[in-house]
Design a protein around this ligand. Structure first.
Ligand SMILES: Nc1ncnc2c1ncn2[C@@H]1O[C@H](COP(=O)(O)OP(=O)(O)O)[C@@H](O)[C@H]1O
Ligand SMILES: [Mg+2]
Length: 553
């Protein structure tokens, strides 16, 4: 019997049972629909597991009907095919089988198993509505040196939180380094062929910007602990990608030297020389063909650069005035080009007639801050300022090394668009070199151990996060061999002849410390007789800028 809902003596209200049942039914139905949709979404999301599930079911069924022998047969066939594949095409086998298997295993065993614990302990879990919001593990891709983990941040977070937690994350997952990238690291592949337009559309969706995803690159085995051998000299230098060393993800580190100046910062004996020599090696074929002209200034009296003298079209190591003259000449060349190119192109393309001029300066601070003669110092600062502010697009580039990146020492620091931070002595120097916040984003250049010479942090194209690289080590013998194989053709611009020659070094040999307290002795390069300037070129240059109305330097 149905009892009334309210039963006062005078007032009686009947319970609306049909309404209660209908509402309950619809609530349960809605829950069921949500559950089914959830199962469908999970199944679609884990579509990669379908073949495995199907295979297991098939294996169980075959075992029931035929016993073990079909399994043994299949295993033998699979092992033989894998062996054959490995033998015929090792690269594709490693990429598609070994590394994929490794990725699957590490995703399951290292990351999925410890994900909740590590994220909580590293402070990356958010609390909301009485529950927890975890970063979502999306994928793991392994190389022989790194694990690339892609995750989706919970709402209320930005990549900064992961930059801050990077070291905790690295050690929690049993590695020493973890780089955090807020953007995709690979560009979409270049497509060609008749179906290219469809593939490009698919790529546009696949590679679309996903702001909530974060890429963690954990360095499993640090490939930068070993010295990097000199890389092969490219037959024709590609100025957009000059191979200089190894990245920590085992890729070759390539420097883009197109329309940019490069500042190399590093404490003494941390390997600034190896950056310069690696760059010269990458340019060597261009130096020999005349496409690249290297003008070198070594204010430390030739301690670093004199050994490769034949590579340089012009070289000064002993006379401040000649250094200033050389930079003035570079400005003159730059302005001549400016007049020719004005209104035609915005970036100069190097040719043998109008080559790329790379001015290499081993210790910039000596020229800008510590030079005793203030007149020459201000001349040098002025020319450098002109070159740095206007020369990049005109093919007159400056590559300079400094021990101290402070503005008091290197006043023109901000004019270098490309910076390289080798081991530094002070924490504050990292941001001065690589830009504000670079250290927080992972450039721990002040923590590079003394033994890791040639290891540096650099910014790769289009990525705000720094990458760790090691430059190839070019020994003295390799430099000598390079200088003999790729000498620069004679420079059309003669070296100055009217400047007073400084007192020569006491002996015809100069000492150079090799870091072990011992000294290796190298003969100084003989001064080359420079050819005279052809009159055609004489008129092409801006002679107004030279003193005495046209005394060519
Ligand atoms: N890329 C490198 N890999 C290994 N060792 C290096 C590398 N660069 C330099 N070294 C070692 O470090 C020493 C100092 O390097 P150097 O280039 O002269 O330093 P810097 O110019 O910064 O004072 C070298 O004598 C060499 O033994
Ligand atoms: Mg040096």
């Amino acid at each position: 019997m149905r009892a009334p809902l309210v039963n006062f003596r005078r007032l009686q209200v009947a319970a609306p049972w049909p309404l209660v049942w209908t509402v309950t039914f619809f609530i349960l139905l809605a829950r069921l629909v949500v559950l089914l949709v959830g199962i469908a979404v999970t199944a679609v999301r884990h579509w990669r597991a379908w073949p495995a599930v199907a295979l297991v079911l098939l294996a169980v069924d075959v075992h029931r009907s035929h016993g073990w022998w079909p399994h043994v047969l299949v295993l033998i066939v699979v092992a033989a095919s894998a062996g054959m594949w490995w033998w015929r095409s090792r690269e594709s086998f490693e990429r598609l089988v070994v590394l994929r298997g490794l990725s699957w295993w590490r995703r399951l065993w290292v990351y999925r198993r410890q994900w909740h614990e590590v994220m909580s302990l590293c402070g990356l879990v958010k609390k909301y509505d009485g529950g927890e919001k975890l970063p979502e593990l999306l994928s793991v891709r392994c190389s022989y040196a790194t694990d690339e983990v892609v995750l989706r941040m919970p709402r209320g977070q930005n990549p900064e939180a992961y930059h801050k937690a990077a070291r905790d994350l690295a050690y929690s997952f049993g590695t020493r380094h973890c780089r955090v990238f807020s953007g995709r690291r690979q560009a979409p592949p270049a497509r060609s062929g008749s179906l290219a337009w469809i593939l490009r559309r698919v790529d546009a969706i696949r590679f679309r910007d996903r702001p909530r995803q974060v890429w963690l690159v954990l360095i499993r085995r640090d490939p930068l602990t070993r010295i990097v051998k000199p890389l092969p000299v490219p037959a024709r230098p590609d100025f957009t990608a000059l191979p200089l060393g190894t990245r920590e993800d085992l890729a070759v580190y390539c420097l883009r030297l197109l329309a940019t100046h490069v500042l190399i910062g590093g404490a003494t004996r941390m390997g600034k020389g190896s950056v310069i020599w690696s760059l010269l090696r990458a340019l060597a074929a261009g130096i020999r063909s005349g496409l690249v002209r290297v003008w070198a200034i070594d204010p430390k009296g030739g301690m670093e650069l004199s050994i490769g003298r034949p590579l340089f079209s012009r070289y000064v190591d002993d006379d401040w005035t000649r250094m200033a003259d050389m930079l003035d000449d570079a400005v003159t060349r730059m302005r001549a080009r400016q007049r020719v190119l004005r209104g035609k192109v915005r970036v100069h393309t190097p040719t043998v007639d109008e080559p790329l001029i790379v001015i290499v300066i081993d210790e910039l601070a000596t020229l800008l801050a510590f030079l005793p003669d203030s007149d020459i110092r201000s001349r040098i600062a002025q020319s450098l300022g002109m070159l740095l502010s206007q020369g990049a697009g005109l093919g007159v580039l400056v590559v300079a090394a400094t021990q101290d990146p402070r503005k008091e020492v290197v006043s023109v620091r901000d004019f270098f668009p490309t910076r390289i931070a080798l081991g530094l002595t002070e924490r504050g120097h990292v941001d001065l070199l690589l830009g504000d916040g670079a250290r927080d984003r992972g450039a721990l250049a002040d923590q590079i151990p003394l033994s890791a010479k040639g290891v540096a942090y650099v910014l790769l194209d289009g990525q705000p996060e720094p990458a760790r690289v090691r430059f190839s080590y070019i020994s003295d013998d390799v430099i000598r061999e390079m200088a003999a194989t790729f000498p620069a053709p004679a420079e059309v611009q003669p070296e100055p002849v009217n400047t007073p020659t400084p007192t020569p070094a006491p002996a015809a040999v100069k000492a150079r410390s090799n870091g072990n307290g011992r000294h290796t002795y190298r003969p100084t390069a003989p001064k080359q007789a420079a050819p005279l300037l052809p009159s055609s070129l004489l008129h092409a240059l801006d002679l107004d800028a030279t003193p005495n109305g046209g005394d060519p330097r």
